[in-house]
Design a binder for this molecule. Structure first.
Ligand code: SAM
Ligand code: SF4
Length: 455
């Protein structure tokens, strides 16, 4: 048995891709390894979204180079492959910068890994594949999926045609492509049969989904969700990441109609300033965004909203930044991710002269993150005393404890629930920590002293 070590950077789609690469390499005799030192093959599945993410890859490659030569000295060869968006963006330059790299493979070409490994074994130097489109990949991936937990990711849509001026995704992942409904349904059934109870449908713009339906027409994400909700044993559905421009009426209605669709929506807005939204080429205004979330809240009043923000986009003034804070105060988020703008080579915003100094970006980010953290705490505080259905996912740190997720994606720690992993149980929320909740099984509540529930 050979050993395979995969290190994943970045988004959930990379997590999905890494699992598929492991599926692909299993028939070649590669079993997963926890450490690079033990591995005959190492894959770095990389992220190019911000400069820091890309730079981390090169420092990891430096570490791997040493391990590779130590192994070689002991007669154990090691193949190093770089996959993902840095591989796509930098291609052959990666090998020039770090010659220990054997394989460079883009996110739409990793189904070719087995033949690339064979080429390397025959001594043909380095192997490079950075072709599009995604169709080929899905046609060639093996059907088997290893499910390690009760939650699973399923990629339904890839790529992006939106070309936000700050973003590398349209260049690294290619054009928008949606997988056919039947193929997705088959994968979802297999995941459910092997133990998944919650599936998150993934796409760079998942709500732009327009895959071929069983009737030959193009189906929307809402239609796909209605279809998948019928699968026996699948208890929860989620989807991410959505774009405000594609938040259609039927998807909003699905939040009211589909019981298994969880009340959580990640809908990035990036900025609250119309001027900046235009410069970002987002294709929607601040008002459009607020109206969308108003409609979602009518359909599903308890929905937990999440978003992404970029501060310090080129030309962002204090007034623009204030507009972002104002939008946050108005929208009220349950959770959010915020970043300093990072100029990415080849994107239009990187070429703009009026870049914002790093100290200004940092100061803006700190204030925004403080506000977002307050909102997250308020949302979590609102759950205190409520009874929420929790899907238990894994053992906790303490004996007998289990950690699950609420419908709103909050981690919930419950004592004495370890045997319930894979099940959904009612939990009364007893206390709120900064990023998670603590609760008591509702069935235990009547037996437990009231004080134990209250603090
Ligand atoms: N497709 C999603 C959308 O339209 O919002 C987002 C995909 S992107 C992988 C995830 C997040 O990274 C974005 O929402 C954005 O906030 C952030 N991001 C993308 N490019 C960035 C950049 N150049 N600098 C800082 N953050 C960036
Ligand atoms: Fe990037 Fe914009 Fe496409 Fe999202 S919609 S992946 S931010 S280009």
């Amino acid at each position: 048995m050979k050993k395979l070590y995969i290190k994943t950077y970045g988004c959930q789609m990379n997590v999905y891709d890494s699992a598929r690469m492991a599926d692909l390499l299993a028939p070649l005799g590669y079993a997963p390894s926890e450490k690079a030192e033990d591995a005959d093959m190492v894959v770095l599945n990389t992220c190019h979204i911000r400069e820091k993410a890309a730079e981390k890859v090169y420092s990891e490659l430096g570490r791997l180079r040493k391990i590779k030569s130590e192994r070689k000295a002991k007669g154990h060869p090691m193949v190093i492959a770089v996959a993902g968006c840095v591989a796509q963006a930098e291609g052959a330059e990666m090998i020039a910068r770090q010659p220990a790299v054997d394989i460079v493979v883009g996110p739409q070409s990793y189904h070719r890994l087995p033949e690339m490994i064979a080429r390397i074994a025959r001594g043909s130097g380095h192997a490079l594949e950075t072709d599009f489109p995604a169709e080929d990949k899905f046609d060639h991936l093996p059907e088997e999926q290893r499910v390690e937990g009760v939650t699973a990711f399923l990629t339904v849509q890839e790529g992006c045609d939106k070309f936000c001026t700050f973003c590398v995704v349209p260049y690294t992942r290619g054009a928008e492509f949606s997988r056919p409904v039947i193929e997705i349904e088959r994968e979802a059934r297999r995941l459910t049969l092997s133990g998944a109870r919650e599936i998150t449908l993934l796409g760079q713009n998942v709500n732009a989904y327009r895959g071929e339906g069983p009737d030959g027409t193009r189906w929307t994400l809402a239609q796909l969700i209605h279809r998948l909700a019928r699968i026996d044993g699948m208890k929860r559905l989620r989807y991410t990441t959505s774009h405000p421009r594609d938040m259609n009426d039927d998807l909003i209605a699905a939040h009211q109609e589909v019981e298994t669709l969880m009340p959580y929506l990640h809908l990035p807005v990036q900025s609250g300033s119309d001027r900046i939204l235009k410069a970002m080429n987002r294709g929607h205004s601040r008002d459009d965004y607020l109206k969308i979330i108003e409609r979602i809240r009518v359909a599903r009043p308890d929905i937990a909203l999440s978003s992404d923000f970029i501060v310090g986009f080129p030309g962002e003034t204090d007034t623009d930044y204030e507009a972002t804070l104002e939008l946050v105060r108005e929208a009220k988020f349950a959770q959010a991710f915020s970043f300093k703008y990072s100029p990415r080579p080849g994107t239009p915003a990187a070429a703009v002269a009026r870049q914002i100094p790093d100290d200004v970006k940092s100061a803006r980010l700190t204030i925004l993150q403080t506000l977002l953290a307050e909102q997250q705490r308020d949302f979590n505080d609102g759950c205190r005393g409520k009874v929420l259905p929790v899907l238990f996912e894994r053992p906790g740190r303490k004996d007998g404890q289990a950690v699950g997720r609420s419908p709103y994606l909050q981690p919930v720690h419950v004592a004495g629930a370890e045997k319930l992993i894979g099940e959904i149980r009612e939990v009364r929320i007893a206390s709120v920590l900064p990023n998670s909740l603590k609760g008591v099984l509702a069935t235990d509540v009547s037996a437990a002293p009231i004080m134990a529930i209250a603090h």
